[in-house]
Write a protein that binds this ligand. Structure first.
Ligand SMILES: [Zn+2]
Length: 214
């Protein structure tokens, strides 16, 4: 099972192929098919004709919701740096390496507190909680399992996160000659993000982020 997962919002209906216009309503269906999370964005017409009825009874159904499409800006404002914690989270999820499972979760909690991610849904799989986060600007979905952190693991995970935010993700040892070079000086914006909320994981391991109301 690929537990960690990012899925971008589609720019066109995935049923009829019609491009979404600015401010157009669309429906998202999240399901679980052959051990992968599948996101499907469809226009209102396709939703009404093909999905609305029995959507919840479809095999692997997890959740569905409605959104309003916003055409992406021509050039993203401030493309560098603003979301250091988010870009790190994206890299960690892409790596899909269990050693970063706890760090990914802590990053997601941090981002949620800064309102850069919001909990869209949570569900249980194989006895574990899985959170579905939505990035409120791009509407990308991040699927992140709850690592069930114990209190005595928090310090270690928090320093791992702080280290990653300050120094970035080191390339693997066999990545070539560059890998052995000293780490570049931390970028200015990393400082602010390096403050891992001490209570974030603590509270979350008990209660977890509050699910968005549907
Ligand atoms: Zn359609």
């Amino acid at each position: 099972m690929n537990d960690w997962n990012i899925q971008s919002r589609a720019h066109a209906c995935q049923a009829c192929g019609g491009e979404f216009a600015d401010k157009q309503r669309y429906h998202t269906v999240l399901s679980d098919e052959r051990s992968d999370y599948i996101r499907l964005d469809v226009c209102e017409k396709c939703w009404a004709e093909q999905y609305a009825e029995g959507a919840r009874d479809r095999k692997g159904f997890i959740s569905c919701w409605q959104g309003v499409y916003e055409a992406p800006p021509a050039a993203p404002p401030d493309p560098i740096q603003r979301d250091t914690a988010e870009s790190l989270l994206r890299k960690l999820i892409e790596l899909n390496d269990p050693q970063y499972a706890a760090a990914s979760y802590i990053l997601a909690v941090m981002l949620e507190r800064k309102r850069q991610l919001r909990v869209k849904e949570q569900f249980k799989r194989d006895g574990r909680r899985v959170f579905v986060y939505e990035q409120p600007k791009t509407f990308d979905l991040f699927t992140i399992p709850d690592p069930d952190l114990q209190l005595d693991q928090l310090d270690e995970v928090q320093s791992q996160v702080a280290h990653l935010l300050e120094h970035g993700l080191n390339p693997p040892a066999d990545a070539g000659p560059d890998a052995t070079e000293p780490v570049a000086a931390p970028e200015p914006a990393a400082e602010e993000d390096a403050e891992v909320p001490a209570s974030a994981a603590e509270e979350s391991s008990e209660a977890g982020p509050i699910p968005a109301s549907r």
